[in-house]
Write a protein that binds this ligand. Sequence first.
Ligand SMILES: [Zn+2]
Length: 400
Amino acid sequence: MTSYRVAATVAAAIVAALLGWAGVARAGGPLAIQDDGTPYLWSTATPIAYRTDQGPLSAAVNETQARARVISAFSVWQDVPTSSIRYERAGFINPTGAFTGGDVDTILEFDAVVASCEAGLQSPIIYDADGSIFAALGFDQESIIGFAGPCAVNATEIVRGMAMMNGRFQDGQGVDLPAAAFDAALIHELGHFSGLDHSQINLACLFGPCGSDLDGLPTMFPLLLDVAQGSLATDDIAWISRLYPETAAAPTFTGTHGTITGIVYFRDGESHVQFANVVARRVNEGGNEDRRIVASVISGYKFRMFHGNPITNPAPSMGSEHPGDIGLFEIPVPAGDYIIEIESIWQQFTGGSSVGPGFIIPLTSSAPPAGPVHVAAGATVSVDLVLNHSPPRFDSFETP
Ligand SMILES: [Zn+2]
């Protein structure tokens, strides 16, 4: 596949925003976590109903063309054979409040539609044909391609989501992207819509041509680096399948994938390390397989970052407070033999580009890769990693 690398200003471009969600726990894997550590997920009892903007995507892409591209982008996720997630277009975005129907093309209309999403009324896919709504939201309309995420949950499930796409990148002038690259961004946003967070894999692709690393570069990598991200990578497929497993028709998730789990520890072998990027690389076949068949998660991806207190943060943040979750990782992988590595989250993956619960603590030392471990389909294999050279703890006599 020909390689397309977006300009540096555009590289900082794909943003996940959870509108109206304060303090949400985010993860390499699922995007939102309940208090007990389980992810918020859409129900798969029926297809997820979404609604599309009745206006054009841009001056160069009309509504009919845009609608076809949205349906096609959803189908990329729906067509994962080991996942049961399904989507269905329910029509155009319903009028609500200041939005009286038609094209969502002002900030007031956008706000009204998002409010209806947060109220659990509809799941809109919105096009900003000229970037003016992005600008009104305070985004750089020439660097942000889109944002998306769940916007309403009930006790256990995502009930509505939204996505917003910037037509400035498809109007044939200025900061424009090839259609396939824009569609890769659209597929990425619909991954967020579906409840997926970013994944950091094959980071070298961020800094230059990356050869076979491109095949393992996730669609859910925080930035749009290459049109190849329009095809799902091993990590994307593994995570959408773990969150929404196909259990009935072959190939099922448990018939094809297993799980690698464990704890990342400091050198004492006792204290958990949160925010390490844990990467599993398959090594059955040699060659470049370890660059292509790769999946990852952040240690502590379930763990709550902020603890509520009645003065400064009365609202409970999302995520588990279980101490055993601090350094915990769980990675779904296709069956095979794996080496497990850890690395720091890249320091610039912050804000809308964050990976995991939203905080970065650079690792001051590494751990020897673990494995290879054999992961059979349907099996869970435990592997712990212990940092070399981490400073000794001074709290040995303190109670947790
Ligand atoms: Zn994103």
